[in-house]
Design a protein. Structure first.
Length: 427
């Protein structure tokens, strides 16, 4: 997804300080919420998703809990009842409302949450310039950027439940790249260095860097498209038991799955409501089960995360840690949020920026991984069970998260995120 130079500069301005990145990220969260009513921002469509208002509040709770409470002299918690409402999963921070009940929080109002955000932002200013807590502030910024992506995907799922198919943005349809015949990046195998080394910010689950032995393989040079997925459906892909993992076949039958999420006849649901489905755009909103079945149908397989990363490092340079990949989308779009932005997967040959791509690798700790001490150590490590790794970032991902070592992870049935598929094969 090539970006204009003006659009690129909204991602990560040259020489941008940590404080400037903090302010820009916080402003972006609120710019997205400005398109929502209080009711829009309150609803929760399923337990996997959270209300937009909750995302705005939880990220603010993070700053208040881990920075202001600990390091801002004389700081008083804004509202003593709210940590119970907006703690996500940090056991070290005590009791919290059940995840399934976040959509019941009609109070506080959206405006009250925005006022809280402003108060916390003002209190954060001395810490932003002190230079004493930069690592924790960088983590908080990355955390809020993750929630920007979740806000976008969660509100899409919520609006999809409305029979009126309301739009969040007044956008034009995304123009996909011309789809070419699938080619392959061949890799000779051998030892590969995987994971984040020294350098810019990365999450703890991306390290330590370690060696992996790869057999010769090839990775497709583009994502699977809607047209190819339609061929899979027409060939009885969802009913052919021989293509499916046992758990996947049970999931298909129990939930009567017959197409990717958001498909309806020849349309698909977007942040701009229903639009004609572009056959050349990458297929998205699929589960691991669906991705694996399609790969089997296509005579291929899913890549491992080490294979994917080895090819990605070859594309963007030998020391890609922390560098921005060229293809991820900044949902704020500078001052263009209300304009006719095209938002969605578009295709092309970049490894980054359209859809998170399933790998066949279980989400497990790397060799010598150690979780950080304290509540912050709960960020990633305790979820290393029963999930699969995804690579590559999506059209809703903040650009700074498009790096070869980044490890996203989901359970095999989940598909409300922008999840897609890139094939691999043995050679």
């Amino acid at each position: 997804m090539p970006q204009s130079k003006q659009h690129e500069e909204t991602h990560h301005a040259p020489g941008e300080s940590l404080a400037e990145r903090y302010r820009r990220t916080r402003a972006m969260s609120e710019a997205l919420a400005a398109h929502l009513s209080d009711a829009d921002a309150t609803i929760q469509s399923m337990e996997d998703a959270s209300p937009a208002k909750w995302h705005l509040a939880h990220t603010t709770w993070f700053w208040e809990t881990f920075l202001l409470r600990e390091f801002a002299r004389g700081y008083r918690i804004y509202n003593a009842d709210w940590p119970f409402l907006f703690n996500s999963y940090y056991e070290a921070e005590g009791a919290r409302i059940g995840r399934f009940a976040r959509g019941m929080l009609s109070r506080p109002l959206l405006k009250e949450v925005i006022d809280w955000r402003a108060s916390v932002d003002a209190a954060m200013e001395p810490l932003l310039s002190s230079g004493e807590h930069d690592d924790l502030i960088a983590l908080g910024i990355a955390h809020e950027q993750q929630h920007i992506e979740l806000l976008l995907t969660d509100i899409k799922h919520a609006l999809f439940q409305n029979p009126l198919a309301p739009a969040m943005f007044k956008t034009k349809a995304a123009a996909s790249e011309p789809c070419k015949e699938m080619g392959w990046h061949s890799h000779p195998g051998g030892l590969a260095l995987i994971g984040h080394g020294d350098g810019d910010f990365a999450f703890d689950n991306e390290a330590p860097r370690h060696r992996v032995l790869l057999e010769p393989f090839a990775l497709a040079d583009r994502l699977v498209t809607n047209r190819e997925w339609s061929d899979f459906i027409a060939d009885g892909g969802y009913s052919n038991a021989s293509l499916w993992l046992s758990d996947g076949l049970g999931w298909v039958r129990e939930n009567e799955i017959s197409a990717p999420l958001y498909w309806r006849d020849g349309d698909w649901f977007t942040h701009a409501g229903y639009r004609p489905r572009d056959p050349d755009a990458p297929v998205t909103h699929i589960s691991y089960y669906e991705a694996d079945a399609f790969a089997t149908w296509a005579g291929a397989r899913l890549p491992t995360e080490a294979e994917w990363e080895a090819v990605a490092r070859g594309q963007v340079g030998p020391d890609a840690d922390g560098q921005d990949a060229p293809a991820a989308y900044d949902p704020a779009g500078g001052n263009q949020l209300d304009a006719a932005l095209d938002f969605g997967p578009r295709g092309g040959t970049d490894l980054f920026g359209d859809c998170w791509q399933f790998t066949r690798s279980a989400y497990l700790p790397y060799p010598r991984f150690r979780a950080a001490k304290g509540a912050v150590g709960e960020y990633n490590g305790k979820f290393m069970s029963g999930q699969f790794v995804l690579k590559g970032a999506s059209c809703a991902t903040m650009r700074g998260h498009s790096r070869a070592s980044y490890r996203n992870f989901f359970y095999p049935h989940q598909r409300w995120q922008f999840t897609g598929l890139r094939l691999a094969k043995d050679i």
